[in-house]
Each structure stands twice: as C-alpha cells, then as structure tokens.
Design a protein around this ligand. Structure first.
Ligand SMILES: [Fe+2]
Length: 363
C-alpha cells in the first residue's frame, strides 16, 4: 500500500530503477555539440543555449522578474506555517490545540480565492520534508484545490483545509528515530507509524464536540478504497470523501519530496505511479479532480530543461501539463541570465523539463 511516510521502504527497488532511467534520459537529452534541427517553415533551431536565448527574445513578456507571490500570499503562508510549528510544539508538550486562528486564516484564503497562489507558493518553498509543517502546508492547499475541482462550497473547502492542516498531528508523537530511519523498518516500528491516525484522533478529540467531525476525518486519512489502508481497513463508501482527498494529496506530496532516506520521485513519475499502482486506493471522482487540479509544474516553481538551463514556471498549460511557459533564469552553464527570456514549451518540441528543482538548489 502507499504510505506517505514510509513509502520508499516498500518501493525502494522501484525507486532505484526509476532514478537510473531518469539519469540516463538526462544524459541523452544534453547535446554535446550544436546540431541544427529544422522546425517549421523558416526556423532553424539548435539544441543549445544560444538558440534558447534567440527563441526567448522573440517572446515578449515584460516584467517576469517582478511576477511572484504577493505580500498577501506570503503573509497568509507565514502565519499558517507559524501556527503549524506552534501546533507541533504544543502536541509534544501535551497542550491543547486551538483551531480558531487556523480556521480564520483558511477562511480568509478561501474568501479571497487565493488557494491556487498559496499552493504554488508552498510548492516553491524550501521547507524540508523531515520538518512536518512543510508538507502539511502543501497537502493543505493541494487538498483545497482538489475540493474546488469537485465543486465544494466555501464551507466544505474550509472544513477540508482545516482537516488537512491538522490531521497529521499524531505524527509528532512518533519517535523521531522511526520517521528518519534509513534502513528497513521492523514490525514494531511499522506498527508505531500506523498508530499515528489513532493518536491524531485522540489529540484532535480534545478540541471538543464541535470539532468531532474533524477528529473522525483524521482517523480515516490512511484508509484506502480497496481496504489496504489503516487503522481499520475500511473500504469504498465507508471512507469519507474528504479523507480520501487528503490521503491522495498527502501521498503525492510525500512522493515528490526528498527525505533523509531517499531521493524524490519526479512529479510525472509520481503521477504515473498513482495511475498505475494506487488507482484502486482512491475514488475515481477524487482521482479525476486531482489530475485536473494539481499542476505538475506549478507557477513560480523552478525547473531544469534538457539543455540544462534553469527557469521559473511562468504559466501552466492545462492541456499540456508537461509543457508550461518558462522564464529562463540560468543558462546551460549555470550563469544568471539578466535579460527577459521566456520559452513556451508547448510551442517548442526541442526542449522539455527534466526535473523540478528546489529554490535552495539554484546555482
Ligand atoms: Fe498521516
């Protein structure tokens, strides 16, 4: 089964093989010398930075440097991140959680229609996976996006966001050594990990009768439609739809993140894995909304092209999710590009994305 925390202990072999394939593709995609390729009626293009630059100059998109998250988006993100960190401390010290400040921010985000921008900002942030608040933020906004795609009203979106934000608090009670262990987990350690939804349920029940629905949802986020989940092995309609949304987004976010014990999946490979191996674990309706809403390369995240140039995603193309528009930032030798250069991958078959990169790994 797919488990966000220990996923790669079960799929380590597959991951290593994937890594080999991806690496060899990258090597094949980087030309050693300039080779002219005829594209279209008049254009000769070269799989080389010079041509990347020529192409980019022909596309005029002013002020891309200034485009990015607004202060409002950064403000909401920082406030929530601070709350997430505070919750971690409180849980470790057996103190109660107050859901109302979280509720208030999630309400503001929904009312201002900023979920997409918060998701993009969270995906371009550099919080490490081993610090739980990072993936919690990403899974929260991803879940809300999926909820939007399913036509949820404002009240349901707020419920979904609040639950996604809090459902994993039980993980703070799992000993650090178990979560970050590099080798195979023994039976007792697996049992400890699998107990975290029950611990979350108990902690969240402390918020009172008014939030009992949330504690019950948290208990179900690791249940899977085919009965392979935990703690109860519930099936299909026995599992709340909101719990399935959170379970799916959490799985995806966990796969694409680097952890102390393995490399991340590329985003297309993570999606491919979900389609091929995890599709029976989630309702079709949820999977469809997920594939519709979750862009592989969200706006303002960083990517490396086959030319080795690095850029920032400027806009996405729903019909061609692997081929967004990229504002180039670094050339194939890692030198900063100072002028405005944009390449629309949907219009250029020569270039493609080989990987997403973290902001902190920029040259
Ligand atoms: Fe969890």
């Amino acid at each position: 089964m797919v488990d966000p925390y220990r996923f790669f202990h079960y799929y380590l072999g597959i991951m290593v093989r994937f890594a080999d394939i991806v690496t060899s593709k990258i090597k094949l995609g980087v030309p050693n010398k300039i080779t002219p390729v005829r594209v279209g009626e008049n254009a000769y293009r070269f799989a080389d930075l010079q041509v990347l630059e020529q192409l980019a100059e022909s596309t005029s998109v002013p002020k891309y440097e200034e485009e990015g998250p607004t202060f409002e988006v950064i403000g909401y993100y920082d406030e929530l991140l601070e709350l997430a960190q505070d919750i971690g401390d409180r849980v470790k010290r057996n103190k109660k959680i107050d859901p109302f400040p979280i509720l208030s921010i999630i309400h503001s985000i929904t009312a201002a229609n900023l979920t997409d921008e918060l998701y993009e900002y969270a995906m371009s942030s550099t919080v490490d996976y081993e610090e739980l608040p990072g993936p919690t933020m990403e899974a929260t906004f991803a879940s809300m996006k999926v909820g939007e795609g399913m036509g949820y009203d404002e009240k349901m979106l707020i419920k979904l966001g609040l639950t996604a934000f809090l459902e994993n608090v039980g993980i703070y009670k799992v000993p650090e050594g178990v979560l970050t262990k590099k080798g195979k987990l023994d039976e007792k350690e697996i049992k400890t990990i699998k107990s975290h939804p029950i611990i979350s349920y108990k902690i969240l029940s402390g918020m009172g009768e008014k939030f009992r629905w949330l504690a019950l949802l948290a208990l179900q986020t690791h249940e899977r439609s085919d009965g392979s989940g935990y703690p109860k092995g519930l099936k299909e309609d026995e599992i709340s739809e909101m719990a399935s949304i959170i379970g799916l987004t959490e799985t995806y976010i966990a796969m694409i993140k680097r952890t102390p014990y393995r490399d991340p999946y590329s985003r297309p490979d993570a999606v491919k894995f979900i389609i091929e191996d995890a599709k029976l674990q989630f309702p079709i309706k949820v999977l469809k909304a997920f594939f519709n809403e979750i862009s592989l390369y969200p706006v303002n995240t960083y990517v490396r092209l086959n030319s080795q140039a690095i850029g920032r995603v400027q806009s996405t193309n729903k019909r061609r999710p692997l081929r967004p528009r990229i504002a180039l930032l670094y050339d194939s030798e890692g030198k900063r590009i100072r002028s405005q250069k944009v390449i629309d991958l949907s219009e250029d078959p020569l270039f493609y994305i080989v990987e997403s990169i973290d902001k902190k790994d920029l040259p």
